[in-house]
Design a protein around this ligand. Structure first.
Ligand code: ZN
Length: 256
């Protein structure tokens, strides 16, 4: 049998712009930029390689979680997740895994779009999301928060993992607690080296440049340790809410 040279499996990354919010600066960087209004994207990521993986599922319009959270949120027709996926040439039936960095309303809102995928979250995150501390209840659309319907991440195809876990060759989840107790980042092997999709462990590049954790967190010390850990895995870091990610290579921007 003929032998083939096979290198490591590599993936490409697409960033889908699925909505726009204006937030107060200290939400993004702890005790910095207080009072400043900053416009941020709501990003869904698509990883393409031997199979298709979605990371985070953005804000669900049903029941208007943005109004429930009292956050400004705008979404054009093109930014509706179904339309953004189509524009990125992604058929939801081809999505084999959905990785949720954490279960906040703006990251786990559209799990129902992927009934055939295995949806992966850290066990610790699911435990906390169901019965969070009082301050954090609304952000998880927890049953105790007054949110009127089931949280959007409670779906039959949700599966939990504990700790670092290879989803498939070239894509590994790494626990990154701090923003939430069970936050995880996703290390993706690309032709340009490993990229880390940080979730809200890093909301903007300013978190790393100023060595400042995200403003919204359950444990500020854990936030710093998680940033250190992820920096040690790669220098190619992709924050969750910074338009600059759309200029990173090899990330392809899919936006209206
Ligand atoms: Zn979050």
């Amino acid at each position: 049998m003929e032998e083939h040279m096979t290198g490591p499996v590599t993936w490409s990354i697409k960033a889908l712009d699925t909505g726009t919010s204006v937030v107060e600066g200290s939400v993004l960087t702890y005790l910095r930029h207080c009072g400043e209004k900053i416009t941020i994207p709501r990003v869904m990521w698509v990883l393409e390689g031997p199979t298709t993986i979605v990371v985070d599922t953005s804000v669900n319009p049903e029941g208007k979680p943005n109004e429930f959270m009292n956050e400004s949120f705008e979404r054009s027709r093109e930014q509706i997740p179904e339309n953004a996926l189509k524009a990125a040439s992604v058929d939801v039936k081809d999505v084999e895994y959905v990785v949720l960095t954490h279960l906040h309303w703006d990251h786990a809102g559209n799990c129902g779009l992927f009934p055939d995928a295995r949806i992966v979250v850290q066990e610790e995150e699911l435990r906390y999301a169901i019965a969070p501390g009082r301050f954090f209840r609304k952000g998880f659309l927890s049953p105790e928060s007054g949110w009127p319907i089931a949280p959007p991440y409670i779906v039959p195809n949700l599966t939990t993992v504990r700790g670092e876990h290879e989803i498939t060759p070239g894509v590994t989840v790494v626990p990154a607690p701090g923003h939430t107790p069970g936050s995880q980042a996703v290390v993706v092997q690309t032709a340009s080296g490993p990229y880390v999709i940080m979730g809200d462990s890093m909301m903007t590049y300013d978190n790393i440049e100023s060595d400042c954790p995200p403003g919204y967190h359950v444990d500020v010390d854990a936030c710093m340790e998680s940033m250190d850990l992820l920096k040690s895995r790669s220098s190619l870091l992709l924050p969750s809410h910074d338009y600059a990610v759309f200029r990173e290579r090899p990330v392809t921007l899919i936006a209206p």
